[in-house]
Write a protein that binds this ligand. Structure first.
Ligand SMILES: Nc1ncnc2c1ncn2[C@@H]1O[C@H](COP(=O)(O)OP(=O)(O)OP(=O)(O)O)[C@@H](O)[C@H]1O
Ligand SMILES: [Mg+2]
Length: 367
């Protein structure tokens, strides 16, 4: 996919900003605080329905305004353009429009505009909690398994019910817990089997692809990926629920399940988080996101749009070049921010690009 036209209204300091990006590299340049990251944030809103910086719309909707809006025209190769729009108010309610029709949920946007986001905080994928890695994994599964989102929503709903029961139960009342939880345990187990199968299949493809094409991008490091399913390896989920029931009741929430899945990333048998330098973590994250984009392209024909905030931070020129080569090989549209275009030009040598200058939230010119 690529964005042909973008209109942003009331996202942070951007109001009524329109731009026509090119299909390859779009450099968003301007001084600190000018609105570069906000522009990427607005594209993310259009593709996912959320910001990558804040869960609270009141933080990214322009002060004193009731809502923000982002509109985009996107297309894939020669197919007709699709018109996407999202409007979000301060309490988080949104209206999503696709080709002039109301859409059921923001998840439908992602089908038309698959995004990969690389920001200075993306190394959380290595350093942070399981949450980020699970989202990364599920992004891939969501795009190849159309049922996944339903299984996931069902599992969330069932887990909410189970947790509500756990909160009501008195610690020590195990007999009642066993009786009341059984039906929920069985239902969650059914959903989890589907979720687990889809995750395993995806990660297997991912690992094979990594070995085939991407491992040489991180020379000298031997990486291993392993799925942690969200409960002990040697148990099925029903057994895990049974074993943890007493503790679940005491804590008032469900400790095991698909909501606890993770990908363990190891380098030569040791945790990647402990072994790699910050720059190595950053390049690893970039490589993993590119791999995911290429896998999506191979399995569905869809091309990701990359949002890259502050590429020059932490990556040396050689790695910046390497990354731009991959973006080009993927035929991806890329939006890259930098304080000055001079910081990016060496990495983009010989590649087509267009520069957009932003200042105080206003697009000055493009060249
Ligand atoms: N809700 C809001 N309403 C209006 N302006 C806001 C809001 N939130 C943040 N801003 C302002 O928006 C501006 C743009 O911020 P942004 O993070 O996009 O800048 P940037 O160009 O990426 O800067 P840097 O080079 O420092 O990363 C900042 O001046 C910030 O103070
Ligand atoms: Mg910024």
């Amino acid at each position: 996919m690529r964005i042909e036209l973008l209109h942003i209204n009331n996202v942070r300091n951007l109001s009524d900003l329109e731009l026509s990006p090119i299909p390859s590299f779009n450099l968003i340049c301007g001084p600190n605080g000018s609105g570069k990251t906000s522009l990427l944030e607005a594209i993310n809103l259009l593709g996912v329905g959320r910001s990558f910086r804040s869960n609270q719309p009141a933080q990214y909707i322009t002060h004193l305004n009731p809502s923000c809006e982002v509109f985009g025209k996107v297309c894939e190769y020669d197919s007709p353009s699709v018109r996407l729009g999202i409007s979000k108010n301060r309490s988080g309610e949104h209206l999503v429009r696709i080709n002039g029709e109301n859409a059921r949920s923001a998840a439908e946007l992602a089908n038309h505009l698959p995004l990969q986001v690389i920001t200075p905080s993306s190394i959380e994928l290595i350093e942070g909690s399981a949450n980020g890695r699970r989202k990364f994994l599920d992004w891939g599964v969501f795009h190849v398994e159309p049922q996944f989102i339903n299984w996931w929503r069902d599992a969330q709903k069932l887990l909410r019910h189970r947790n509500a029961i756990l909160k009501k139960l008195q610690a020590g009342d195990l007999e009642r817990a066993n009786k009341e939880l059984l039906i929920w345990d069985n239902e969650i187990n059914k959903c989890s089997e589907n979720i687990l199968r889809a995750r395993v299949e995806y990660l297997d493809q991912f690992k094979a692809f990594f070995e085939q094409k991407y491992s040489n991008l991180i020379p000298g490091l031997s990486l291993q990926f392993r799925l942690l399913k969200g409960w002990p390896d040697d148990l099925d989920l029903i057994e895990a629920f049974r074993n943890s029931r007493e503790r679940d009741v005491k804590l008032g929430y469900t400790q095991y399940g698909p909501h606890k899945a993770d990908i363990k990333i190891k380098v030569d048998g040791r945790s990647a988080d402990e072994v790699l330098s910050r720059g190595q973590k950053k390049i690893l994250v970039c490589v993993l996101k590119c791999l995911q984009a290429e896998l999506l392209q191979q399995t569905t024909g869809k091309t990701c749009v990359f949002l890259v905030d502050d590429l020059a931070a932490e990556l040396d020129l050689e790695n910046q070049k390497k990354l731009c080569e991959i973006f080009q090989a993927l035929s991806s549209q890329v939006f890259i921010t930098a304080v000055s275009p001079d910081l990016l030009l060496p990495a983009l040598e010989g590649k087509p690009f267009k520069t957009f200058h932003v200042e105080h939230g206003v697009l000055l010119d493009s060249e």
